[in-house]
Write a protein that binds this ligand. Structure first.
Ligand SMILES: *[C@@H]1O[C@H](CO)[C@@H](O)[C@H](O)[C@H]1NC(C)=O
Ligand SMILES: *[C@@H]1O[C@H](CO)[C@@H](O)[C@H](O)[C@H]1NC(C)=O
Ligand SMILES: *[C@@H]1O[C@H](CO)[C@@H](O)[C@H](O)[C@H]1NC(C)=O
Length: 386
């Protein structure tokens, strides 16, 4: 095989340019051919570079098998995905326990490029009853583990088989102009699940999926969500917490200037009954628009999907310092405000400022239990907790 035909039939990795101090490494891929080997090769080179480098997957549509991009790298590194990358459509062609694309242990990492990660969950997963597709064996779309000082920008994840994005560990991570798309009825397709990390920002992003748009697990501190549109989906959720022993507190959560459209919940805090102890504190929701949201404001300490738990004993997750300010729009059910706190550890320091939530143009209502909110501003519907 001469060089030319070899190039034509395999991936070719070449250094496009060395300009200034940073290297640009192009992953040249051929249509219909798995891009993973070329990407791994480019990554290895870029990660070893002592000056900042960029790995580019250019425009086009390519299949990609499972990929793990791991640091530490010697200098800042950017992965620019301009392409649409397609996961193997059948979960059987993925090793069950692994994610599709995993990026981990990198400082100063950037993911960008305007491209799409297409999990193809719509092809073989959604709506399929085959038990070998049980959700705990399905891959997430993108796993970001122990990244520090990193940015995810201008990327779309489409039809993940399970969670679209799982963030675990690290410090200082920003999602900016991030898009998540999956049907409203796709099972367990959480948008971004974030846990055990300090300092996360999600801004100016659009999330439509079949489960929580953003869900927060234990050990998350200092999350800012702003300019996010959520829907379809189950809203933005703190928790669920309390199911496993030894969970770290969730604290310092600020959700502002965001919109919920046709979602099951708006802003929700959920913990399991009969739970292990835990802490949720310093949680703030401000300037939120709701449109046809089933339950716009929710604290649910009796969260027990499919009745898989006992409600006999209360949740032991203590919720405190929660505020709601300027939350307005329409509720799709009569109960616009649902605050069910634990009888074991009632909520403390809940503040409700201006809210205006209507149901069918008329009065909505409030349900509350084990909470005495401090009222500031004007509440529609009135919040009366005995
Ligand atoms: C969607 O993205 C996640 C990222 O973690 C990946 O694990 C998952 O495999 C993708 N969806 C698929 C391939 O079903
Ligand atoms: C967080 O990460 C970004 C991106 O690398 C960086 O510009 C910023 O300085 C970091 N912030 C802190 C507080 O370290
Ligand atoms: C609440 O919203 C409705 C519908 O937008 C509006 O007509 C009403 O004046 C608002 N009420 C208050 C107290 O802001």
């Amino acid at each position: 095989m001469n060089t030319i035909s070899y190039c034509a039939f395999t991936f070719l990795l070449f250094l496009l340019a060395h300009f200034g101090e940073s290297a640009n490494i192009n992953v040249a891929a051929k249509a219909d051919a798995n891009v993973a080997p070329a990407l791994l090769k480019a990554w290895k080179e870029a990660c070893a570079a002592t000056t900042p480098s960029t790995v580019v997957i250019p425009k086009g549509t390519y299949p990609m098998t499972q990929v793990l991009l791991a640091g530490p790298c010697k200098a800042p590194i950017e992965l620019k995905i301009e392409a649409t990358l397609k996961a193997p459509p059948n979960p059987k062609d993925m090793e069950g326990k692994k994610e599709w694309l995993t990026i981990q242990y990198i400082d100063h990492f950037t993911l960008s490029g305007g491209g799409t990660l297409d999990g193809q969950g719509n092809v073989h997963v959604y709506g399929v009853k085959d038990t070998s597709f049980k959700s705990n064996k399905l891959p997430n779309n993108l796993s970001l583990n122990f990244l520090t000082n990193s940015v995810i920008r201008d990327i779309t994840t489409l039809n993940s088989k399970l969670f679209h994005v799982n963030v675990l560990g690290g410090k200082n991570l920003t999602f900016d102009h991030f898009t998540i798309k999956a049907p409203g009825d796709s099972p367990n397709t959480d948008g971004i699940h974030i846990a055990k990390i300090i300092g996360v920002t999600v801004k100016d992003s659009v999330i439509g999926t079949g489960d929580d748009c953003i869900s927060m697990g234990d050990g998350l501190e200092n999350l800012k969500v702003t300019g996010v549109t959520c829907g379809p989906g189950h809203g933005i959720s703190v928790g669920s917490l309390g199911k496993t022993p030894g969970e770290q507190p969730v604290k310092g959560i600020f959700v502002s200037d965001s919109k919920f459209i046709g979602t099951d919940n708006g802003v929700r805090i959920k913990t399991w009954p009969n739970s292990h102890p835990g802490i949720i504190t310093d949680i703030h929701f401000e300037n939120i628009d709701m449109k046809d949201v089933k339950n716009p404001i929710v604290i649910d300490q009796e969260y027990c999907p499919n009745n898989e738990c006992s409600k006999q004993k209360p949740s032991l997750v203590k919720i405190s310092k929660v505020s709601y300010k300027n939350i307005k729009g329409t509720s799709a059910t009569e109960t616009a405000v649902f605050l069910t706190c634990s009888s074991g550890v009632p909520c403390d320091g809940v503040e409700i400022g201006d809210i205006n939530l209507t149901f069918k143009g008329g009065a909505a209502k409030t349900v509350c239990k084990n909470v005495k909110p401090k009222l500031t501003g004007k509440q529609v519907p009135p919040v009366v907790c005995k």
